[in-house]
Design a protein around this ligand. Structure first.
Ligand code: C2O
Ligand code: CU
Length: 481
């Protein structure tokens, strides 16, 4: 079936089924649709307010990172994307459960938006949470050039806080003139840990002590952290505070403390923290990335800076912080169908055979001749344009237990579109938290089992969020039909 035909059938099927979803959301008073223009273009930004130098980036609406989009649950969004870039694009809403035709994946859910072209994305925000948006066209280049922004959907009854802050964490690779090194998609990065920048950014500014998050003693702070870097992992820690995790990837979890050894946040992933600011007026504390010494040194991301005013309260608020869960269909393991995905490839590790367009080839040949370095179920796929068949077919409404088996020596943050999954087990050991996620870290030589109900019809991307890995073959689609 041609892409166009498949696409058309898919879009109409997806829209039909979406309308039929029973949800109290639609019974409630329909809020007005909000029209938001999103214009990706070439832009110069000051990464360091203390310096005169401007750095060329690609950005949305001449803001870097793109403007924070804030909604209430149940709102309808209409994003009019007008492409001012020198190349095709398409915008994806990471973690937002949208109808398939609105998912922003070129050649799979829509035609790419050509330079000076536009596309209208319209959808209702049925889940609350911390999400983000970024192009899905040549992501390995367009995202690190600067195209990313936060998309926040507030709960019907959010936990009571004094401040709700968003920190978009990323990095950038700069040369001596503080301009971007334009070495996107090098096979050396593709086949290893991906292209990691040499400068960490917080909300588009160089990380470090001057990145102050100003608070007042006694306040309760909600801090939403997003990792929009192409390949960098963060390991988050906050000095002098007991921070509580309330959500992963936008979905509420049983509140629990930020681990002392730091919280790993892989590319694509988010965490929501509640911090009771029980320091003294005038004090400041470092928010840190513990890195991965000795390879990746620890870095101060920013500072929790207390103003001079007296404390607003002497004891932390006692109001509950647990989030009211979103409505996500609960997988029933009793009737779940097992599916398996095996991951192979990379610069280190056993040589394997991979299939490209159905033809077997040695990994070394894939790397040197095709620029591909990874396989999922023995297949290496080029970016969307040449993508053929979904590598998994799920029945609409099927309960799925997906076993992901990483036979590589590398870590992969695996992301599924259109759905959330529960993380059931790691290396066969049950995960007591069973949290919902849209992106999960799969360590080297690790197996991770996730469960979900395939209830959103369409062809959905499933890929590594190290964007060079996705470009190098670790990308495919799962059809729900
Ligand atoms: Cu955040 Cu398929 O992407
Ligand atoms: Cu990967």
């Amino acid at each position: 079936m041609s892409i166009d035909r498949r696409q058309f059938l898919q879009a109409s099927a997806a829209l039909g089924a979406w309308m039929a979803w029973p949800s109290p959301l639609f019974a409630a008073e329909q809020r007005k649709e909000r029209l938001i223009e999103l214009i990706p273009s070439v832009f110069n930004t000051a990464l360091d307010p203390a310096s005169e130098t401007l750095t060329g980036v690609w950005s949305f609406n001449e803001q870097f990172p793109g403007p924070v989009q804030r909604f209430r649950r149940g709102d309808s969004a209409h994003f009019a994307v007008k492409n001012q870039l020198p190349q095709d694009t398409a915008v994806h809403w990471h973690g937002v459960r949208v109808p398939n035709a609105m998912d922003g994946v070129p050649h799979v859910t829509q035609h790419p938006i050509p330079p000076r072209g536009s596309f209208d994305y319209r959808f209702t925000l049925r889940d609350s949470g911390t999400f983000w948006y970024h192009p899905h066209q040549s992501s390995f280049e367009q995202v690190p050039r600067g195209l990313y922004g936060a998309l926040i959907v507030e709960e019907d009854e959010p936990p009571q806080v004094d401040r709700d802050e968003v920190w978009v964490l990323s990095d950038i690779k700069l040369d001596a003139r503080r301009q971007q090194v334009e070495d996107f998609g090098r096979i050396l990065d593709v086949a290893n840990d991906g292209r990691v920048g040499n400068q960490i950014l917080v909300n588009g500014l160089v990380a470090g002590a001057p990145r102050k998050l100003e608070v007042r003693a006694g306040e309760r702070l909600r801090l939403r952290l997003l990792n929009t870097a192409s390949a960098r992992f963060f390991r988050l820690a906050i000095n002098g505070h007991a921070a509580t995790i309330i959500a992963f990837d936008g979905q509420g979890v049983v509140p629990h403390p930020l681990p002392a050894e730091g919280l790993p946040l892989g590319p694509g992933m988010r965490v929501d923290l509640i911090i009771d600011c029980m320091g003294q007026p005038g004090q400041s504390f470092a928010v840190r990335d513990l890195g991965r010494p000795p390879i990746v040194p620890a870095t101060q991301l920013g500072t929790l800076a207390y103003g001079a005013q007296p404390a607003v309260r002497s004891k932390p608020l006692s109001s509950p912080i647990a989030l009211v869960p979103n409505q996500i269909a609960e997988p029933d393991l009793g009737k779940a169908v097992d599916h398996y995905i095996i991951f192979q490839g990379g610069m280190r590790g056993a040589p394997v055979i991979g299939l490209v367009d159905g033809k077997p080839s040695r990994i070394q040949e894939l790397i040197t001749k095709q620029g591909l370095a990874w396989t999922m179920n023995y297949n290496a796929q080029h970016e969307h344009a040449l993508m053929h068949e979904p590598f998994l077919h799920l029945k609409l409404g099927e309960h799925v237990l997906l076993h992901m088996i990483n036979e590589t020596d590398f870590v992969h943050p695996m992301h599924l579109h259109g759905h959330f999954f529960r993380v059931m087990a790691v290396n066969g050991v049950a995960n007591p938290q069973r949290e919902w996620r849209d992106t999960v870290i799969m360590g080297p030589r690790q197996s991770v089992d996730v469960a979900f109900v395939a209830d959103n019809p369409g062809e959905w991307m499933y890929h590594c969020h190290i964007l060079d890995h996705a470009a190098g073959g670790m990308m495919g689609t799962i059809a729900v039909e």
